[in-house]
Design a protein around this ligand. Structure first.
Ligand code: HEM
Length: 115
């Protein structure tokens, strides 16, 4: 099970790279459009995060608290909604786009600092 968990964690980090990298790259062009990297990144984060939240460690070492996972799920759902609904629009408001970036960073901070 440890190998499976590491593969899921790897996919989770690739999803994070797509979501944050895609959003920042887009932001730097000055056109606040939901690009495919952001859209797919948000989907990958939801699915790989839920899979990672399954108890695969067989007890013993670090087990994230259910409250931490609940907070992450809530933020990830929010990001997904903010990305999915305007996915076909030419551009969204700057504030909306910054919101996506901030929520993504917040979720990564929750992942790393909530121990
Ligand atoms: C935008 C959404 C998300 C981002 C940016 C994100 C970010 C991260 C990052 C950076 C890590 C690596 C932490 C480390 O290895 O120290 C991680 C691990 C993890 N994430 Fe996420 N995540 C997201 C969504 C989710 C969701 C929805 C869940 C499940 C409810 C989830 C569950 C986990 C679990 C179980 C781990 C591994 C154990 C842990 O460090 O708590 N993540 N996440």
């Amino acid at each position: 099970m440890e190998a499976l968990r590491l593969i899921l964690l790897f996919i989770h980090l690739v999803g994070f790279a797509l979501l944050l990298g895609g959003a920042i790259a887009q932001f730097l062009t000055g056109k606040f459009r939901i690009n495919p990297a952001v859209l797919w990144g948000s989907v990958i984060q939801l699915l790989s995060g839920l899979a990672l939240a399954a108890p695969l460690r067989g007890g013993g070492d670090y087990e994230p608290s259910p409250i931490k996972l609940g907070v992450k799920l809530l933020l990830a759902i929010l990001i997904f909604i903010m990305v999915f609904i305007p996915r076909k629009r030419e551009a969204v408001n700057k504030g909306h786009f910054i919101g996506i970036i901030v929520l993504t960073l917040a979720n990564a901070a929750v992942a790393v600092f909530w121990r």
